[in-house]
Write a protein that binds this ligand. Sequence first.
Ligand code: IPM
Ligand code: MG
Length: 372
Amino acid sequence: MNLKIALLGGDGIGPEVLAQSVKCLQAVEETFNHHFTYTEGLIGAVAMDKYGSPLPKQTIDLCKASDAILFGTIGTLKYDDNPSARVRPEQGLLQLRRELQLFTNIRPVKIFPTLINKSPLKKHVIFGTDFVIYRELTGGIYFGEKKLSEDGTQASDLCEYSEKEISRITHLAFKAAKNRRKKLTLVDKANVLETSRLWRKVVTRISESYPEVQLDFLFVDNAAMKMMLDPNDFDVILTDNMFGDILSDQGSAICGSKGLLPSASIGNEHAMFEPFHGSYPQAAGKNIANPVASILSTAMMLSHFGLHEESLAVVIAVDKSMKKHVVTRDLNASSKYGTTQVGDFIAGNIIDSDENLNYNYENIGLGRSTII
Ligand code: IPM
Ligand code: MG
């Protein structure tokens, strides 16, 4: 398969972890005889410094002309610590999501059996955790009208949703649930918010077309608690932009390191793949960032294009790095391996995969369970 891939490293550790993903994709090309081309584009603070905009037009054009986008991370301390900055690096990412209409963000939360001891939660609570968050990504409070009074003493952010925005992601979430454990939990705040009540109405109506899927509702505060007490209770979580942002960080913490989990942002025409985690500017350039989330994002990308065997090869190589303790310091404080060494090891194992692990080959696919 030929694929044109846009590489947007962004800020902080983004370019470093993305470079490891490219290594792994090159290993996939070599092993499975594909041809991928890679073109770099600027976004975030680096783009602001060079072009005065967090999302220059060249970058939008590049993304639109690509089959897929691999994204690193965004944000720097310089802007995080300055609430009065008018333009912020994060706007680049938000604009890009909107511009490409990447309305569904898919964030799988799955425990790596080898890392079960790294979780802050007790083993018996998290054992077997495997759920996926479907987060609406181009609407809600993130994109509603923002106001600040002239004297700077009052502000508001509008949260709006239309039936159309809710229904397109809802169908994708139900389809995912159908292929998994057939349970969908809509997380909202319908006891307070009008938008949440609209979500309930639309999702309930759509559920009639998916009778094999059990639909549940949870208020977001309760869902946050349940995720800590009984994460195994979740299969597919469907939620709005803001709640999805918060719950997905919480979910990633269950796994023991934020550096492990990938995500996919999908629209009707474009698709972007990125780690869950942020730009961790304190670690930039130190060769200590965990590249696994970014590498697993490439596995999601490969699945998205139907390259399931290739995707699994990446997942197996990552799993092997953990079994062999070739991990960064977030997972083992005394590790001698850095970002590039872990990337090299994983890429090397894609080319040279000799493992005969217990994988569920029947169940390969985006957001589905492959490790058994
Ligand atoms: C995420 C991030 C972004 C978000 C930020 C960087 C704007 O936290 O992808 O979860 O809030 O969506
Ligand atoms: Mg977030």
